[in-house]
Design a protein around this ligand. Structure first.
Ligand code: AMP
Length: 299
């Protein structure tokens, strides 16, 4: 066999046993194994996680699974973009070793009943707006950690609360895996990359900038000394109002570890926003320990 061909073309698997065998064999060979879970429809944000994984580990598994249990009825599970061929091409170009793209029946066979409820950091914010979401996320992530027993799993700061939920689960359940959280990749104008940006019309795309602009404003005010969370929240709300976005789920200034609201903003604070632009629900966030910066997509 030609080793070049093997390294440039990831092995596409849908069978869980095959996946586990491959990962265990890579571990036996002394390789460090990376896991990059996603729902596919890959963009440069996802690919930044893959790049980090490739740079830091010897063997990279990417998973593509639109997980039904993290969508509520009426959310976009059915119309979520499925672009497996393009995803495979992008992952091949980055030298991913294995792509696991299971069927729903593989992950949730008839009769499955066990779920993971993390509590704590899973309860506020997204936990209020999407009450069953993190149960679905934690359950599928735990399953993926078992099916692909990696040394390191890569997540994006874009879904900040999700990264906290996963870390909490890893700690509470003594899972032998390290969690790496990579920076948010943004368009040049600040919009955080998201698979759901594809749903936006031209004018909604412009309105959607309010999320990142509100975070940038909060950062700028913080950098010139504003520490009052109520003031920052009000100024952020004005950005949404000016953009004509009325359907705001939350504008939060919270402790970065527990996600509890703070009255006084400091370096340990995070600003998190969630709003609906047209029918599309978008989220974004900013950690105050550094000024708002745009991490553009790598070319
Ligand atoms: P998803 O396919 O939406 O479940 O996302 C898979 C992973 O990609 C999650 O860990 C996300 O946080 C991460 N991700 C999504 N968008 C971005 C982005 N703009 N920058 C960095 N990571 C991202």
């Amino acid at each position: 066999m030609n080793p070049t061909a093997i390294s440039s073309q990831p092995l596409l698997l849908s069978d869980a046993e095959e996946l586990r065998d491959l990962v265990e064999s890579a571990r036996r060979d002394g390789k460090t194994v990376a896991l990059v879970p996603s729902m596919g429809a890959l963009h440069a944000g996802h690919l930044s996680l893959v790049r980090a994984a490739r740079a830091e580990c010897d063997f990279t598994v990417a998973t593509i699974f639109v997980n039904p249990t993290q969508f509520a009825p009426g959310e976009d599970y059915r119309c979520y973009r499925r672009t497996l061929d393009a995803d495979l091409a992008a992952l091949a170009a980055l030298g991913v070793d294995v792509v696991f793209a299971p069927a729903v029946e593989q992950m949730y066979p008839d009769g499955h009943t066990t779920t993971v409820d993390v509590g704590g950091v899973a309860l506020p914010l997204e936990g209020v707006c999407r009450p069953d979401h993190f149960r679905g996320v934690a359950t599928v992530v735990l399953k993926l950690f078992h099916l692909a027993p990696a040394h390191v799993a890569y997540f994006g700061q874009k879904d900040y609360q999700q990264s906290l939920v996963v870390r909490q689960m890893v700690g509470d359940l003594d899972l032998p895996i390290r969690i790496r959280v990579c920076p948010i990749v943004r368009e040049a104008d600040g919009l955080a990359l998201s698979s759901r940006n594809e749903y936006l019309s031209h004018s909604e795309r412009r309105q959607a900038l309010a999320l990142s602009q509100s975070l940038r404003l909060a950062s700028e005010l913080y950098c010139v000394g504003e520490r009052d969370a109520a003031v920052l929240r009000q100024r952020m709300r004005e950005v949404f109002n000016s953009a004509g976005i009325g359907d705001i789920d939350y504008i939060a200034l919270a402790d970065r570890d527990r996600l509890e609201d703070v009255a006084v903003v400091g370096d340990e604070t995070i600003a998190l926003v969630a709003a609906r632009v047209g029918k599309t629900r978008l989220i974004d966030n900013h950690l105050f320990d550094a000024p708002f910066a745009i991490h553009p997509a790598a070319r």
